[in-house]
Design a protein around this ligand. Structure first.
Ligand code: SF4
Length: 90
């Protein structure tokens, strides 16, 4: 029972942490489609520019790397760029 409570507490803390930084995400004020280009579609430079000015770009990228987010632009990095980061840090 204690283990289950700990897991729930950990999950709640993670959700709180995510909500904390996500509330300051600059992309919430823009077109979300720009951050999730269709396969074969060029990555929006506008989206990367928004990420470059975002106050939580580090948290966003860390979240995406930790959760193996496979699609979209997170922390200013494309899926391919995130894969490279993970490969180089392995
Ligand atoms: S870094 Fe980019 S994708 Fe991440 S929260 Fe900021 S604007 Fe959104």
């Amino acid at each position: 029972m204690t283990r289950r409570i700990t897991a729930i507490d950990d999950l709640a803390a993670a959700v709180d942490d995510q909500a904390h930084w996500a509330e300051r995400a600059l992309c919430q004020e823009t077109d979300p489609d720009a951050f999730f280009p269709e396969k074969g579609e060029n990555v929006s430079k506008g989206a990367k520019r928004v990420c470059g000015a975002c106050p939580v770009d580090v948290e966003c990228l860390a979240y995406a790397l930790a959760n193996n987010e496979r699609f979209g632009i997170w922390g200013g990095k494309t899926e391919r760029e995130r894969r490279k980061i993970l490969k180089e840090s392995a």
